[in-house]
Design a protein around this ligand. Structure first.
Ligand code: ATP
Length: 251
């Protein structure tokens, strides 16, 4: 089943063509890395997939929903089915780890909720299971802001999982982390997505992480798809071609 489909996606900001006619199809269960130099349009493309940005022209379909025309209730319903992981984790630092994870269920459990005990017991235990999966069960009642960057991103992944998403979008999920932590967080993100049969699309700057952890690379340059292949068929030398100053075509 197709989870993401864009056709002829064009987005300009003034004279900048961030997306210059992008056709992208992602099927259920795929883990896809968007690679390309700074300004190549990776984040802009990703933002179209949950309606944070609207295209100048072209179509965007996600989980069978026409994202371009979706508004209000329809857009909120779609966003509940799409988990998002951000570069800067976007946790509430003064709340506990558990409260942050529980907030992932706000779309399906009516709020407002004040404190962990006001959440239904079943949701609490589900949140605890996800915290256990990301290796932070023993930190449940610690302030989120007191955790390291890698730990905070693990909490953000647990929060996204509690949302029970069908698609996970991750915008530079490991860009703020040291190389070793980045690798372990990528490992976790891809592993939980595969375990749960989730589709995942992420933007990355590290070629090696894309090759090691994801199943497919879509390489962008100047808003155009220059390469779209399974990682099994790729190597770092070819991917570096995306970053050369004037590659007319990627070899
Ligand atoms: N809201 C905006 N207003 C104006 N220009 C924008 C906006 N968003 C993106 N752009 C421009 O569109 C182009 C693509 O940006 P985008 O952030 O999608 O690239 P990227 O590949 O994700 O870059 P990076 O790897 O540095 O995050 C850039 O030239 C950027 O300056």
């Amino acid at each position: 089943m197709t989870v993401v489909e864009t056709r002829g996606l064009v987005k300009t900001f003034g004279s900048v063509r961030a997306c210059a006619g992008i056709d992208l199809t992602v099927r259920r269960g795929e883990t896809v890395a968007l690679l390309g130099p700074s300004g190549s349009g990776k984040s802009t493309l990703l933002r179209h997939l949950n309606g944070l940005t609207r295209p100048d022209s072209g179509s965007v379909s996600v989980l069978g929903v026409d994202v371009v025309s979706a508004r209000g209730t329809a857009l909120r319903a779609l966003r509940r089915r799409v988990g998002v992981v951000f570069q800067q984790f976007n946790l509430v630092g003064r709340l506990t780890v558990m409260e942050n994870v529980l907030s992932g269920a706000l779309g399906r459990v009516r709020g407002p909720r004040y404190g962990v005990v006001t959440w239904p017991r079943a949701v609490r235990s589900e949140a605890f299971e996800h915290l256990d999966r990301v290796g932070l069960a023993d930190r449940a009642y610690q302030r989120a802001g007191s955790l390291s960057g890698g730990q905070q991103q693990r909490v953000a992944i647990a929060r996204a999982l509690l949302q029970r998403p069908e698609l996970v979008l991750a915008d530079e999920p490991v860009a703020s982390l040291d190389p070793e932590t980045a690798a372990s967080v990528m490992d976790l993100l891809v592993r939980v997505c595969r375990e749960d049969g989730l589709t995942m699309v992420c933007t990355l700057h590290q070629i090696e992480l894309a090759l090691q952890w994801t199943g497919r690379v879509v390489g962008l340059r100047l808003g155009e798809v220059k390469l779209d292949e399974p990682t099994d068929l790729l190597d770092a030398v070819r991917l570096r071609g995306l970053y050369l100053s004037d590659p007319v075509t990627v070899p």
